[in-house]
Each structure stands twice: as structure tokens, then as C-alpha cells.
Write a protein that binds this ligand. Sequence first.
Ligand code: EPZ
Length: 421
Amino acid sequence: MDRLAIIGGRPLFGEAPISGAKNSALKVMVASLLTDETLTLSNVPRLADVDMLMRLLAQHGVEQSFDNGALTLRARNITSTEAPYDLVRKMRATFNVLGPLLAREGKAKVSLPGGCAIGARPVDLHLKALRAMGAVIELDEGYVLAEAPDGLHGANISFPFVSVGATEHAILTATLAKGETVLSNAAREPEIADLADCLIAMGAKIEGAGHSTIRIEGVERLHGAHHEILPDRIETGAYVMAVGVTGGELFLKNARLELLGAAASVLADAGLEIIEEDNGLRVKRGGERCQAIDIVTQPFPGFPTDLQAQFMAMMATSEGVSGIKELIFENRFMHAPELARMGAKISVDGQTATVRGVSRLKGAPVMATDLRASMSLVIAGLGAEGQTIINRVYHLDRGFERLEEKLSACGALIERIKGEG
Ligand code: EPZ
């Protein structure tokens, strides 16, 4: 297993290009199953998760080519309606093939998903939505067996709480269901509107994506289209926080401020200057250290759970005491003990972590536990005195494109050590 070695203490200067959003690309790729024509996507990040989904789509019969961010997908014929355990267990987004396979072929067998170990992460809301549209669903030996003997139909679906994945799954499926589907209490994350934009370009009728009520009028068929994936707001936030820890000045090419939601004002209150420029954001740290701020993770436009770990790394060396409440996932503080190995003063009580800022962390060997937690260790390492070794880097490869290359280009001392560890 590869490791990362970082020598901390150097401010970051230069330009870091922000890649296409992983969590949008993964859902938009699944949309290719809904048509026998070609879907061409641009600005697709080359990540382990994207490769994994490509493998799954290939075994459903999707022809594909990937060249320099341009991904072409064509599901001329669906050759298998089964998504096996081995391809679904590692990544939750793969579960979203269930509804599209069902909508197009009338049946599907999909393994229950895995993903980062950040909580129980059930799929009951996904199944509730599909059942409301007429799917007959059984669970058998870890698989979801679904059939739609009379086809799928529109439905009124009210989610008891906000789920990004269930909202996307319902939208994808409803595009080919007969009649109107109305989703209430839908997720409002920018990736939802990006998925809807792609589906609309394919001929779907969708109104309200990005709001909590979304209406989808089913159509007979969808056709090919081209769609550009929006920039990754979580990568953007992570690089902003890196500057919060190291100081310096970065231009984040392609980044968009509005995608940060509440995180933009939190970062500004913490002492980061984020300036909108043509085609990107410029980021500087106002003072010697950032200021402690309290946050609560919430669905968009609230502070994103996917930036909580990185924010904790930034708070570890900020001035004052920060309270961090994680309300989306029940087990998303695994980075806290790793940051503590580097000298961070963090106490965790249930869903709340209290971080007492210290002036400097010290490099140490640490373990990446999930994707965003791994990035928090990178950020901490960039600011720490001495060397940090991050084990289990494969987590980072799932979601941060060309990380070492981008950071090295901005002056960081970071390198990958190949092999065992
Ligand atoms: C998406 O996961 C993202 N993943 C996650 O990013 C992100 O943390 C999350 O949304 C919240 O923003 C992808 O887009 C691939 P949810 P998702 O359904 O869709 C519970 C990353 O690091 N729930 O909004 O799985 C669930 O357990 C990843 O890139 C149910 O109880 O998140 C959680 O507590 C990690 N039943 C809450 O809802 C369900 O049927 C929100 O989950 C579905 C969800």
C-alpha cells in the first residue's frame, strides 16, 4: 500500500486547478444506463471511484472511452441487470444503478452497498422511493431484487429527512416512469442540479432541482447528450483550508464560491480571504493564524459533512476553542485520534468534538481512515513541524485527483512512497 510523506511548514503559493466533482460525476455516469445513445461527459476527474463505477457499468454492457477528462458512455444494450457484491461493496454510489436498470429493463438485482466506514448508511429511503414508483422489492442474501412487472409510474414521495443519494436515485428512476413524480424534502446539493441538468439535456422533464420540491414528468425515452461536470466544492474547500493552515496565497482555478454554501462565510469568519476572480477563487489567510469557529454539519446549503474533517485539521492550529457538531453521519470523527497523534487537542463527546487550538502540530505517522479524514491529515501535515507519514493513501485516491502533483506545484513538500506499509 502506498504512503504519503509530507514535510510541513511551507506556505502554499501558486495555482491549483479544481477538478470536476466526484460526487456529481458518479451519479451522472449512471444516467448513461437510461438511453441507448451516447452520453459524453467532460471535466470528469480520474479517480479510483470513477474507475470502479466504469468497471460496474462495463459489466452492464456500457461501452466507454476515457480521454483527458472526456468520458464517453454508450449503453446500446444492457447485457446484465445484476450488480455483483464485488463491484458494489466498496462504493455506495454504485447502488444508484438499481433504479435506472429497473426503469429500462423492468428488473434488477443489485448488491447492498458499502462505502466509507462513517456510519450505518442504510438504503431504506432509496427503496421507499422505488417502491412508491411501483417496484416490487425483496431483499435476499445481501442483494436487492427488484421488478416492475407493470412498469414504473410517477408518485408523490416525501422524504422524512434529506438524503442526497435517495434524491438522486429517485430523479434518475422517475425520468422514465409513467406520469409525474413529486419529491418533497429533496436534497439541494449542487450535484443534484448538475445531475438534473444532464438529464434535461438527455430529454428528461425536471423542474425544481436545487430546491426541496422537485417535479419530474416521465418521458418515453431519453437520448444522447453532452454534459460538463461542475467543479468539486469539497476539493475547493479542502484547498482553502490548506491555506488556512499553511498561510500563503492560492488561485483555485475553476472553483466557484456559491458552491461552498455556508462554508464560505465560516471560512471568511475564520480569517480566510476568498476573492472571486475570472474563472476561479483567490485565497489568502488574513492573520498569522485562523480564528476558532463553531460549526454544525447540515445538508446543503449548510456546512457540508464532507468538509468537517478538513475543518477540524484547520481548527487544530487556530486561535481559540472550536465546537464541531456532526449531524449527518454517526461515526465521522475517526480523524480526531489521528490528529491527536500530531499534537492536536481534541475531545469527542458523542456527535460533538471540541478542538482547542495549539500554535503548531508535530509531524507523526498517521493512518488514513476514510476519504475526507485522509485529506484532513494531509492538511495537518502541511502545517506541522517535521515529517508526517500518512498510511493507507488509497482512500485519498478515491476522491482527490493528482493531489501530490497539485500541492507540490504550490510549494508543498509531499511525495508518495510506493509499496508496502
Ligand atoms: C452523499 O452520500 C455523498 N456521497 C457523501 O460523500 C456525503 O457525505 C453525503 O452525500 C452527505 O452530503 C456521494 O455523493 C457518492 P445521504 P449519501 O443519503 O448519498 C442516512 C464523500 O466523502 N440515510 O445524504 O450516501 C445516511 O446514513 C462521501 O465523498 C438513511 O438513513 O448520503 C446519513 O446518515 C461520503 N437511509 C444521512 O441519511 C437512506 O436510505 C445522509 O446520507 C439514505 C441515507
